[in-house]
Design a binder for this molecule. Structure first.
Ligand code: SF4
Length: 215
């Protein structure tokens, strides 16, 4: 595991992608970004995110915002229909948490429309808690490391979830999760993983098997 952290961190320092929501510790902004990033591409989210946090920098501003204007902000992402959920979350933050984002997983998952992935991302990226992110991408990478074939439903598999959490880097949880997400997006691609360019090839069961096949 230590070797994996070392290799991933070295790779991440060179290849980690820069996004505006990765340059802040503002939990509300990170929460907004993660809500926007579900089922959308990061490149599409960037301009929408920038405009959104400029107009609604805190939960109070979002509660007081015009619903139609908020929907217009979200429209380019196909998320206009989620406008009521965005405002409902802000309402709970204002009324129950004095305008702050709660720092614990259970409270976050009680917010309207906030599930496991978004709650985990917020507590890791905003508060530095070493919480694994479980989605099809991290499941794919970690499944391959252990030589397991995965599919969409594998993210509910307890063994896979435990393995992803077991690989967490407690010293640099933010960077670790960014590295894993970026490795999935740039190298460990769904259909044709670029194993020869992978920093953890020597540690990966699937990568080793593919390399041996191609010899
Ligand atoms: S070696 Fe290949 S299969 Fe393994 S993590 Fe890297 S890209 Fe994915």
């Amino acid at each position: 595991v230590r070797d994996l952290h070392r290799e991933l961190n070295a790779w991440g320092k060179v290849h980690r992608r820069e996004f505006p929501w990765r340059q802040t510790h503002n939990a509300f902004h990170i929460l907004l970004a993660e809500l926007m990033l579900r089922r959308t591409r990061a490149s599409q989210v960037q301009p929408v995110y920038r405009r959104f946090i400029a107009d609604y920098p805190n939960p109070t501003a979002l509660v007081q915002g015009n619903p139609s204007d908020i929907g217009d902000h979200l429209f380019p992402l196909g998320l206009a229909w989620r406008m009521p959920a965005f405002q409902a979350i802000a309402e709970v933050l204002v009324t129950q948490y004095e305008g702050q984002v709660p720092q614990d997983y259970e409270s976050l998952t009680q917010l309207p429309g906030v599930g496991d992935y978004v709650a985990s991302a917020v507590i890791c990226f905003a508060f530095g808690i070493p919480q694994a992110l479980i989605d099809t991408n991290t499941v794919r990478v970690v499944g391959r490391i252990f030589g397991e074939k995965t599919h969409a439903e594998s993210r509910r598999n307890k063994l896979i979830r435990t393995a992803i959490q077991g690989l967490m880097d407690p010293v640099s949880p933010r960077e670790h999760n960014y590295n894993l997400l970026d490795l999935a997006a740039l190298v460990c691609l769904p259909n044709n993983p670029l194993c020869s360019q992978c920093p953890i090839l020597s540690l990966c069961t699937t990568g080793q098997a593919r390399t041996a096949e191609n010899r």
